[in-house]
Design a protein around this ligand. Structure first.
Ligand SMILES: [Zn+2]
Length: 255
């Protein structure tokens, strides 16, 4: 039997995972792997109608509901929106997060992302991944792990702004469940996401981008990822997998 993996997502806000990589996490869970979702910030600015404490409380509930739909264990790190910085203390929090969860795979955000909470989390998680296995770091609470997790970056909103993906994951069967997870973030729909960014229907956004990535890799819906290119994050494969051009039921009459 294949080894069961532990997967850690390190993202910034409640609902990031649902937009960027929930389908892939649902696949991991379905195949028996353990998934942790670590969210850096509470979402306290994510409303045009609620106060900070009000929306924070609402979003904590929504984050838990989203994680429940995905089947992941939620970890709220308690930072405030816009205040996730690459400082020494926060870096140590990420070292401890990785030690505590002991992941084989980390999925985080891109350093070129449009919001600094996102890009900072992406750097913090990546910059903590190697050090989680190093001893004698003062101020950390958990013992070192015995390996260096492999780090991938999920796609950010408006994904064409950053480099093309390295990997696609077919989420056709998981797509409805991904939407259901995103639906749990009710406070964001019809309020913040629409008023702040001017996109009326974020479900359409998720559908269109998942379809685009699916079209690029030959399935109906997909999520895409980049691997962190620096040594020693890449793993060697003995042989390259074959490219297969298959016709999908949803894509009949294709090329
Ligand atoms: Zn976010």
């Amino acid at each position: 039997m294949a080894k069961k993996l532990t997967v850690l997502t390190a993202t910034a806000h409640p609902d990031d995972v649902e937009v960027f990589c929930a389908g892939t996490l649902i696949r991991y869970v379905k195949e028996g792997h353990k998934v942790y979702m670590a969210i850096a910030a509470t979402g306290n600015v994510g409303s045009k109608i609620h106060t900070g404490p009000e929306i924070e409380a609402i979003r904590a509930v929504e984050a838990q509901r989203g994680a429940d739909v995905i089947g992941a264990e939620l970890i709220m790190m308690g930072h405030r929106d816009g205040e996730v910085w690459q400082d020494n203390q926060t870096w140590k929090e990420y070292v401890d997060l990785i030690r505590r969860t002991n992941p084989d795979v980390i999925i985080t955000l891109d350093r070129d992302d449009y919001v600094h909470d996102h890009s900072n989390v992406g750097e913090l998680a990546y910059r903590a991944a190697i050090w989680a296995s190093v001893s004698n770091i003062p101020g950390t609470k958990y013992p070192p792990i015995d390996h260096i997790p492999t780090v991938f970056r999920a796609e950010t909103t408006g994904m064409t702004r950053v480099a093309p993906p390295d990997y696609y994951v077919d989420i056709t069967e998981e797509f409805e469940q991904k939407l259901e997870a995103f639906r749990q973030h009710e406070s964001q729909h019809g309020d913040f996401l629409e008023k702040q960014f001017g996109i009326k229907d974020w479900f359409e956004y998720v559908t269109v981008t998942s379809k685009l990535r699916g079209f690029q890799c030959g399935c109906k819906y997909a999520e895409a990822f980049r691997i962190v290119q620096t040594w020693p994050n890449h793993k060697a494969y003995r042989l390259l997998p074959p490219v297969q051009f298959e016709s999908y039921p949803s894509n009949s009459g294709g090329v």
